[in-house]
Every structure is written in structure tokens, then in C-alpha cells.
Design a protein around this ligand. Structure first.
Ligand SMILES: *Cc1c(COP(=O)(O)O)cnc(C)c1O
Length: 432
């Protein structure tokens, strides 16, 4: 029979992209992945992400679609919703947000009118762009008031640079926001939803918890859950939760209609059902007892990395970590070393991380004085506390000898040796 389809095979038809995918797989395998918002998803998540579900238009929600042919897709999305509700013990789940940013926008749209006041954490103190940064559309539509951290402290018994809950409360009483946002993107400490709940109740505000970073730690029982305490919980599925790139929202039954309507048709068109299938795969993985072991190991590894970095002469913002990340203040290590240069030097040594502002950073957000490091990805690859000490030594060595190409090449070789023992994808040959 003569084939009528124009398609011949997988990526053999596009050697340029095939080569780039192979190159990226090699990069992920042979260099250290320490970006706190990244992880290695399972081959099952990759398979669902790259599936024929990408072909399907499914505007609407299961059982209420605007297009035909959604029998299978309805089952996929329902499975994702039910698994997510079980995973977090939530009344209602929306798995359609294309990203964490869209999840947050959807909640603001559902709960507020343009011009309403939101109290959230300032970007340069650890908050997210969507928490009212001047660069974000959120600050153009809603009126943001921002809280920050307590001052830095040298007293190890009373570390500073923690969320200033007194400030949250006094700003709440002064500005009477309709919505208070908890959660951060560069904060190494536990955020307890109960502290915020009390403040929100005092002024009759709604509480949204942006769980983007620690969602996997909560799912694995390594971190307290804000579900049932906050009115709405948003998160990304690709950070510690180890799923595909995307977002999700949890809320009570009471808010379900408003939240769903804000995502579609309020903010998005057709959902990405291939991504939703991949989310469902990740939610199932996160229900397995092994994921709880993983989540606890992520936290243990971050504590080990923090201690080893301090031994290398680095100062950590807030003096340590409770979660999967550490925020390094580079100024004590070397007053001339910027976050930008540190990131570039480490890139040459095969250590992938991102520069980050530190609280009250004297340098611009493009340059910065800090580094953010996370343990979620390399813990997935199988690394433990012994490897965290090695990583801290490699970081210290590369930054101390940053103008010595021979020394950096030696670090790069040691990074290669370490990574070769912890391949996240032993079952993938290439063209992932
Ligand atoms: C990562 C993050 C987001 C946004 O996620 P995207 O998928 O990149 O849009 C939102 N809020 C917080 C706190 C985050 O850390």
C-alpha cells in the first residue's frame, strides 16, 4: 500500500533540531544542574509531553467542550484533576494553566477587579515577577503593596532575612488589600500559611499561596501544606514537583467556578492536553512512596550543600535553608565577584546555576551580588549529601580561580566525572 501520510519518522526528518536535542541531552547529562526551579522529569513525562494529544483542541472543561472528539481528552484531563486533588487533599483543581505566571494571573482575575489592592512579596526580597513587579503586567492592572524581609543579622540564634510578618500585618491593616499573596521564588525558609491566614482573617482578605517552588516538597510530605488554609494555591508543575512545564491551581468548591472561568475563557484559549497528560503522569509519580523519600532527600541535600558552602567561605542569606534552595551572598567570599560573573565562570566549569539578587542588593538585577542554587534536579539524578560537599568544593574552587583557564578546565573535568556517575537518563540513547 502506498502511504498517504507525508510523515516518515521521528526527528530523522529534521537533522538540525535532532542534533540540538542530542546536544541538550548531553549538556543536561554532563554538567551539574543546580537551577533551583529546574528538575529532570521522568521518561514517562517526556513521552506524554511529546504525544499526539498536542493535536487536539479542547476549549472548555471535561464534559463541557466547544469542539467534538474530546472523549479521550476528557478522560485524560479528568484523571489529571482527580490525581491532583488526591495528591494535595484539595476540593477543586484546575490543571489548564500553561505556566505558573498564568495560574497567578487567573487567580487575580477570578478574585479581583482591576485596580484592587494586593499585598505580596517584593521581587528584590525574593518574590516573583507576577507578585507586582513594575516590569510585569500585574502591576499595571492591580495596585500592589509589597512586604519584605527582616534586616540581616549576625546572631546565629536569631538569623535575619526572614519574611517580616509584622510588616505584612501592619501593611495589611494600613492598605486593606483584597488579596494577600504568600510564597516566593528565591527564599530558602519555610513559609507557614497559618501566619498569613490570621492576618488575612483580621482584615477580611482572601489568601493566595504561590507554591511554585516547594510544591513537590509539600506533595512528598517534606514541607507543610497550605492547602485548606489558603483560599487558593497556585504552583508550577516543573520545579520540585518534577512534572512537565506548566501550572495548576487548587481551591475550595466555593471558588471553583470563578477560578475555572478566569483561566478559560478569561485568560487562555485551548488547553495543552499533551502537557495535561504529562502532569497526570507526574501527579501519579508524586503519589508513590518513593517520591516522599525523594522530597526529604532534596531537603537533606540542600542543608548539606548549605553547610558545605559555608565551609567554603560563602555567606548564605538567612543563614541557611529549610527547603530545596540556598541563596548565596557572594560579597563576603569576594567583594569584587558579581552574580553575573560567578554564573559565567561556573558555566565554563560545567556548573549551571543562576545569579540572583540578594536582599537590598547594591547591584542591578542584571548584575546582582548573589547566586541561587537548588538540589531538586541532582537529587533526582541520585546524588546525596556526599556529592553536595563535592559540589560546594567545585563551586568554591572555580570561583577562587576564575581567571585561571587551566584550573577551570580541571574543575570541568571533575564535574564530568561526577555527572558520569549520576546520569538522570540511563535509558535514553539520544534525541530525547
Ligand atoms: C516560577 C514561579 C512562577 C512562575 O512560573 P512560570 O511557569 O515560569 O510562569 C510564579 N511564582 C513563583 C513564586 C515562582 O517561583
Amino acid at each position: 500500500m502506498t502511504p498517504t501520510s507525508p510523515f516518515t519518522g521521528w526527528l530523522d526528518a529534521d537533522p538540525e533540531i535532532k542534533r540540538l536535542l542530542d546536544d541538550e541531552l548531553t549538556r543536561q547529562r554532563t554538567t551539574l544542574q543546580l537551577i533551583a526551579s529546574e528538575n529532570f522529569t521522568s521518561p514517562a513525562v517526556l513521552a506524554a509531553s511529546g504525544s499526539v494529544l498536542t493535536n487536539k483542541y479542547a476549549e472548555g472543561y471535561p464534559g463541557r467542550r466547544y469542539y467534538g472528539g474530546n472523549q479521550v481528552v476528557d478522560e485524560v484531563e479528568t484523571l489529571a484533576i482527580e490525581r491532583l486533588k488526591t495528591l494535595f487533599g484539595a476540593e477543586h483543581a484546575n490543571v489548564q494553566p500553561h505556566s505558573g505566571a498564568n495560574a497567578n494571573l487567573g487567580v487575580y482575575k477570578a478574585l479581583l477587579e482591576p485596580g484592587d489592592t494586593i499585598l505580596a512579596m517584593r521581587l528584590d526580597q525574593g518574590g516573583h515577577l507576577t507578585h507586582g513587579s513594575p516590569a510585569s503586567i500585574t502591576s499595571k492592572v492591580w495596585n500592589f503593596v509589597s512586604y519584605g524581609l527582616t534586616p540581616a543579622s549576625d546572631d546565629p540564634d536569631h538569623p535575619g532575612e526572614m519574611i517580616d510578618l509584622d510588616q505584612v500585618r501592619s501593611l495589611a491593616l494600613e492598605h486593606r488589600p483584597k488579596l494577600i499573596v504568600a510564597g516566593a521564588t528565591a527564599y530558602a525558609r519555610t513559609i507557614d500559611a497559618k501566619d498569613y491566614r490570621e492576618i488575612a482573617d483580621e482584615i477580611g482578605a482572601r489568601l493566595m499561596f504561590d507554591l511554585a517552588h516547594p510544591a513537590g516538597l509539600v506533595a512528598g510530605g517534606a514541607h507543610p501544606s497550605p492547602v485548606g488554609i489558603a483560599d487558593v494555591v497556585t504552583f508550577t508543575t516543573h520545579k520540585t514537583l518534577r512534572g512537565p512545564r506548566g501550572g495548576a491551581i487548587l481551591c475550595s468548591e466555593e471558588l471553583a467556578k470563578k477560578i475555572d472561568g478566569a483561566i478559560f475563557p478569561g485568560l487562555q484559549g485551548g488547553p495543552l492536553e499533551h502537557a495535561i497528560a504529562a502532569k497526570a503522569v507526574a501527579f501519579r509519580e508524586a503519589m508513590d512512596p518513593s517520591f516522599s523519600v525523594y522530597a526529604h532527600q532534596v531537603v537533606t541535600n540542600a542543608a548539606a550543600l548549605a553547610a558545605a558552602l559555608e565551609a567554603q567561605g560563602f555567606r548564605l542569606v538567612s543563614g541557611g535553608t529549610d527547603n530545596h534552595l540556598v541563596l548565596v551572598d557572594l560579597r563576603g567570599f569576594d567583594a569584587d565577584l558579581t552574580g553575573k560573573e560567578a554564573q559565567e565562570v561556573m558555566d565554563r566549569a560545567g556548573i549551571t546555576a543562576n545569579r540572583n539578587t540578594i536582599p537590598d542588593d547594591p547591584r542591578s538585577p542584571f548584575v546582582t551580588s548573589g547566586l541561587r542554587l537548588g538540589t531538586a534536579a541532582e537529587t533526582t539524578a541520585g546524588m546525596g549529601t556526599a556529592e553536595m560537599a563535592v559540589i560546594a568544593e567545585l563551586i568554591g574552587r572555580s570561583l577562587r580561580q576564575r581567571n585561571d583557564e587551566t584550573a577551570l578546565a580541571a574543575v570541568r573535568a571533575d564535574v564530568g566525572d561526577l555527572c558520569s556517575r549520576f546520569d538522570p537518563y540511563p535509558s535514553l540513547a539520544g534525541s530525547a
